[in-house]
Every structure is written in C-alpha cells, then in structure tokens.
Design a protein around this ligand. Structure first.
Ligand code: GAL
Length: 739
C-alpha cells in the first residue's frame, strides 16, 4: 500500500511530457587561439557553420595579433537548456552598440531589433528580419569584441529587447498618463521622461532550437581587431587571383560559342577591360534542373572554344544551381543515393553534408567540366542556394545523412563553396566565383554574393554590412533604358569586391548608350589601373584578417550611427511610440586602408559625404576636400566621389590595359601620394594566380614618400629582403596634392 502511494505521488509530481529546464549557468571558456575563446553549452550538433565551411585557423596571422584577455565579465554570460532548446545571454552595456548579425540591406546598427537568422533571398519588403543571403550569427560590439554562435539552426536573436525580471539595472518605470517616473527601488524621480513602449534591456539573447551550441568570443582591443581575429580564425580572408579583380561580363543565357567570342572581340575593340566572361544556364545541355554537361548545339567543340577564350586572356565563369537532372543525365544516378526527399526546380538535392556526395560532385567538375581546358575556366556562379522558401526544399525535407532541412538550408552554400574551392586548390589555380547564399566561416572563400534585388541604396548598405560578416558582396549592373543609370551603377561596382555586368536577360551591352559609353569605359579602366591597390586590400584580408570593405562604424573606430531622439507618442498613426529615427552612415565605406568610397545613386545630382577626423583629399584631383565634417559633393558624370586620407599612397598600374597582368609579366607602377603628410605603405605581391603564396612565395615591399628641407617631395622603395615575388618594373611617383 505504501509503495502504491509513493508511485502515485511520483506520477503526480512528474506529469507525462514534463518539461526540462536547467538553471542558468555561466559557461566555461577555453582559449582556442590567441584572443579567441570557445564554450560549449549543452550537447552541440555535429554539423555546424564552421564545420561545414571547413577552414583552419590562420596560425601566423593570429599569433601576430596583440595579446588579449577575455573581454567580458564571464559571470555576466549565461547559458541554459530549455526542453530541446538552448538559450544564451550576453550582457549589453549602456552605450554599447551592436553591429553584424548578417548582411542586412536596410541598416547597420542592430540595437533594439529581433532577428531570425535564416539563409534567404533578401526582400525589401521583409525589412529587418535576419533573412538574408549571409545571416552570419556574429555580432560585433563597440566595446571591442565579437561573438559567434556556431549553429546550423535558424537562430532567434534579440538585441537589447525584452527586460529581464532578474536584471540588475532595470529601466525607469514611467506612468504614461502623467509621465511620473519610478526608479526601481528608489522612490520616484523627475517628471521629464518620455514613455517608451519598448524600454531598453541589458542583454543580447539567443535561442537555438538545438540541444547545444558552440559559442566563440573574439577579443579586440578594437572592434576591427575582433573582426580580424574572426576572419583569421576562419582561415584568413579570401585572396582571389589578380584577374578576379578585373571586369566580369555575364552574357545572355542562350549565347553560343561564336557569340561569346564576338562579345570578347567587341570589348577589345571598345577598349573596355575584360578578364572574365560569365556563361549563364545555356552552357549546359539542360537547365533547370542542371545536367552539368556542355551543350553540344551552342558549344559544339568546347575544347577549341576554350582554347580561343584563353588566347584572348579571358577566363570563363560557369553558372549552376546545384539541383541535378533530368534522370538521363550522367551525374543524376551517381548522386541519386544521396538525394534528399524533395526536388528543387525538378532536380534532386544532393546531401553535400556527406563526404561521398561531395567527392562525386568534385570528380564530375574535374572530369567533365574542367578537363576541356582547366586554364580557361576560372570559376563558377553558385546560384539559388538561398530562398525564397518557395524556391527551395520545404522544412519537412529529410536528407540521407540524417541532417534535416534546416541544417542543410543554413550550410548548403558553405558546403558548395568548400567543394568548388578545393577543386581549384588541388590544381594549384586560384578561383573567383559568385554565390547567392552563405554563412559564417566563409571568410577564406573567394565567392562574392549577389542577388536579384536592384535597389541601389540597399546594395550599398549591404556592401557596408559585408565587412562585419566575413563575406564579400557586390551590387550588379544590368541592362537599362537609361544610360545614366547604367553609368552610376557601373561606377559603384568598380569600387566593390567584384566588378560585373549581368546581361543574362538583356540584349544590351555596356556600350549600348552612346552618351555614357566613354564614362563607362573610364570607370572600368580605373578599376583595372587600381588593381595593385585592390589586391593589397585582399592581401591584408588574407594575411591579417582586415576586411576589404570597412563600414564606417568599424573603420572610424567610433560610434558612427546616432539615434536622433527617443520615440514620441503620436495620436493617430502610432498610439504607442514613433520608432526611433536612426541616422547612420551606411551609404559610404572604406575600400582598403585609404580610399573612402561614396557611391552616387542613379538620378542623384549631389550627395553628402561624412569625412572622418584628419585631412581628406579628392581622389581624382588631389585637392583638399575637408576634415572631420560633412560635405556636399556634386560630381560630374565622369566621376564617382572617392576620397583619400592625408599621406596615403595609392599604388596603381602605370598604363591602361585590357586585362590583368599575367604571372611573370613586368608592369609599370604609378604610386600616387595625397596630402601633405609623409607616406609609407608595405605593398604585397605574389604571382597572382597560384597558391604558391601558401609556401612563402610573396613579398611586402616598402614604398615611402617624404619631403626634403627645400619642400621637394620624392619617393623611395625598400625591397623585401626575403621577398620572393615582385612584378613591377619602373615605378613613377605622382604627388597629387602638390601644385
Ligand atoms: C537567377 C540569377 C540571375 C541569373 C538567372 C539565370 O537566379 O540570380 O543572375 O543567373 O538565375 O537563370
């Protein structure tokens, strides 16, 4: 009888379906690289973002970073398990601003927002939701550190939203009717406060629908140092081949071999530089789904065609989406055993979280696609791995590895970049590609994100945000009935990681609009002449982790986004609160150390440019532009507003040319000096095409300019004593700001 009562009592205490909530605990941190700490909360899953990306920490770059201590109060960080979920809390201090959390197209600053980080095609109508092409779960704090939540789940992140009962310092409680204020625990305060419907909280909180998660903390001391540590920890930033920084022209889907060659000839005849031609779905004999076989009607002799392309110093970039079919195509039966339960575009979805599937795909790329002439094929455009939901597999899909649809959605782009990159790496040839969906860990991969959106302002915000996320993003130029529109967009892409025209659906060419043709040529010529400068920015990304694109808040080292005023009540449109009006500088950014780029939108006659502290000079004229102020510029059609720091040296190719220099070719260098301060830069070089730099085949050469007692400027070069590669012949110096 006693036993029966005990059993009954215990049944009452533990009802069927009981929930499991662990008390919050402070995670234990282990240093895994200089200034990088890891903690595992609960039982993490085997497939994470970093494991899918597969990079290895760049040991020498990390070792060269300043020494650091754990940048947070570890007792302030909490993790806990709630049923099958894991939650994490990081403190958010007063005055701390948060950036990152993926390539958002609307804003840079993240305070007060709620995201579900989810690989997707960005849509303007979605606004800030976390659904984007690179929802990288890395946040960067103005307190000088960064935090990565390494999970292949749709992470829910709240930034300074949702006040905790347990918070030490809660916001004042304000009576909305009378504006009377009660400070918790200390009686009432002055009657001057604005009531807020969403008082600020002291936390950044993350919900992972997983039994555990790995979390990484990257020390500063500055936010830029934290981002550098993140990029280096992922393997160091991407280093494309030199030709990858030239111009890419994507042709119409149904183009034939003859039409492609005619296009190349027209580029040369128009003296518009060209390094890459992008073939769209029509290079395959079936798309969509994709066969991954050359189409013999449009490309009857791939070998001969590719030899001709190579002769013209051009590389092909081949489009694909990863959905394989129809069933008669040779690759289909090989990948069928690894297919998920659902089709996309009527093709099978291979489970690339499985090594066997990756090997089959890599072998096919090598044996069928690249064999025809490996040197002529420079890369791939990895399309449609992002969303929208209706274009991908549903969340109910199941994959043979046992990974579910959500895990594959968050990692698919990473897994594909890894496979394609390895194919090129094993052949010791660098690649430059495009991708439409990626995630954390992608820093080492030379794939540039793009999308089908065409909103200029959003494009530029995304370029800025890419610098917080360890990814590369470029706007596009497409056909347009308006020459000025095409010109302004071309000028902007020429100052982004990948300069491209996407003519896949257009009969127009870059020379279609007679009135702007010369300006378009000049913009692309300038892009190519700036190759040594742009290459330097990528070398710093690779070796030092410093992002190529540096958004204003990151580059300035100060808070560059300002809340203009707190919310106010509005009687009709919003009876609770008018959203805070955020002014932030998201329409200009740094490319590399010294160029401040302020793209001018199609249709705009002028724009404002925020010049940070220090003296700034106009890139084109060398004239003084301003100092720690906001200026208004009204550039002519021929110029994109670009500004240079006092004392900066900008290395450029001395002469105009039609394609990037080849390995071993000696080319003249023009070094431009701006302003009145002495200049010094350590310029990187290597063969520009292979991975020999991994074996030390590179150099850093000092370029120095100074003024003598008589006020005469001169330049000097100090070669790298251990340097293995230097491709420049004669060096000329131009002192742009001296008259
Ligand atoms: C789209 C892509 C375009 C173009 C097109 C070809 O998904 O965004 O740039 O490649 O596919 O079908």
């Amino acid at each position: 009888m006693r036993i029966l009562i005990t059993v009954l009592a215990s049944l009452l205490l533990t009802p069927i379906g009981a929930t499991q909530v662990s008390p919050p605990a402070n995670p234990v941190w282990t240093q895994v690289a200089p200034g990088v700490w890891k903690s595992t909360i609960g039982q993490p899953e085997d497939l994470t973002l970093l494991s899918a990306a597969g990079g290895k920490p760049a040991a020498s770059g990390l070792a060269a970073m300043p020494a650091a201590v754990f940048p947070l109060e570890s007792g302030e960080i909490e993790g806990r398990q709630v049923n099958a979920n894991t939650t994490i809390r990081f403190p958010l201090a007063a005055g701390e601003d948060i950036y990152g959390l993926g390539v958002d197209f609307a804003n840079l600053r993240r305070n007060g927002a709620i995201f579900e980080l989810h690989v997707d095609h960005w849509s303007s109508s979605q606004k800030i939701t976390g659904r984007t092409h690179a929802p990288v779960p890395l946040y960067v704090s103005t307190r000088g550190f960064a935090v990565l939540f390494d999970s292949a789940r749709y992470l829910k992140v709240t930034v300074g939203h949702g006040v905790r009962l347990a918070a030490k310092q809660r916001p004042p409680i304000i009576d909305r009717t009378t504006k009377k204020v009660w400070h918790p625990g200390s009686g009432s305060g002055p009657d001057t406060m604005n009531w807020q419907s969403q008082p600020r909280s002291d936390s950044i909180e993350v919900l992972a629908r997983a039994t555990g998660i790995d979390v990484y903390v990257f020390a500063g001391p500055t936010p830029m140092d934290a981002v550098r540590r993140y990029n280096l920890f992922c393997g160091g930033g991407a280093l494309p081949p030199k030709w990858g920084l030239g111009f890419l022209n994507r042709v119409r889907t149904q183009y034939t071999a003859a039409e492609v060659l005619a296009d190349i000839a027209e580029f040369r005849a128009n003296r518009i530089p060209l390094d890459m031609i992008g073939l769209e779905p029509g290079w395959m004999d079936h798309a969509y789904p994709c066969s991954f076989e050359w189409d013999k009607t449009r490309f009857p002799e791939p070998k001969a065609f590719l030899a001709e392309v190579e002769k013209q110093h051009v590389r092909l970039n081949l489009w694909f989406n990863p959905y394989v079919g129809p069933p008669a195509t040779p690759l289909y039966p090989k990948l069928l055993p690894y297919a998920g339960t659902h089709l996309v575009w009527n093709g099978i979805v291979p489970d690339y979280s499985m090594a066997q599937a990756r090997e089959i795909f890599a072998a096919h790329l090598r044996q069928t696609v690249l064999t025809a002439n490996p040197a002529a094929i420079g890369g791939f455009k990895l399309d449609e791995v992002d969303g929208y939901d209706r274009y991908l597999w549903p969340d109910t899909a199941v994959f043979p590895s046992g990974h579910d649809s959500e895990q594959l959605r968050q990692t698919y782009g990473l897994l594909l970049q890894h496979v394609v990159f390895d194919v090129f790496h094993q052949a010791n040839r660098r690649t430059m590609g495009q991708i439409r969906g990626t995630n954390a860990g992608a820093s080492p991969y030379p794939f540039v994100i793009y999308n089908d959106n065409y909103n200029f302002d959003e494009y530029i915000t995304a370029v800025s945000n890419s610098g917080f996320a360890g990814v590369l993003w470029s706007p596009e130029v497409r056909g347009s009935n308006n020459g000025e529109d095409m010109l302004r967009r071309t000028q902007a892409v020429c100052f982004s990681p990948l300069a491209l025209y996407n003519g896949w659906a257009s009969s127009q060419k870059l020379w279609t609009h007679e009135a702007v043709k010369d300006h378009i040529r000049a913009a692309i010529q300038l892009r190519l002449r700036l190759l040594p400068y742009f290459y330097q920015a990528f070398a710093q990304y690779h070796h030092q982790g410093t992002p190529v694109i540096r958004p204003m808040p990151l580059a300035m080292g100060v808070r560059a986004s300002v809340d203009s005023e707190p919310g106010r009540l509005d009687a009709t449109s919003n009876p609770y609160e008018v959203p805070r009006a955020a002014r932030e500088t998201k329409d200009q950014y740094f490319f590399g150390d010294s160029l401040l780029v302020a793209p001018i939108a199609p249709g705009a006659q002028s724009r404002r440019v925020l010049l940070p502290p220090g003296k700034w000079y106009d890139f084109h004229s060398g004239k003084f532009a301003g100092e720690n102020e906001t200026i208004e510029v009204a550039p002519s059609l021929s110029e994109l507003p670009v500004f240079v720091k006092d004392g900066a040296l900008i290395p450029m190719l001395a002469d105009e040319r039609q394609y990037a220099p080849r390995p071993g070719e000696r080319v003249g260098l023009e070094v431009r000096h701006y302003g009145d301060a002495p200049g010094r830069v350590s310029l990187y070089d290597d063969d520009g095409e292979t991975f020999d730099y991994e074996r030390g085949e590179y150099s850093w050469t000092e370029l120095i300019t100074r003024k003598d007692a008589a006020g005469k400027w001169s330049g000097a070069i100090v070669p790298d004593a251990n340097g293995k590669r230097w491709s420049y012949g004669e060096v000329s110096w131009r002192f742009m700001s001296q008259r």
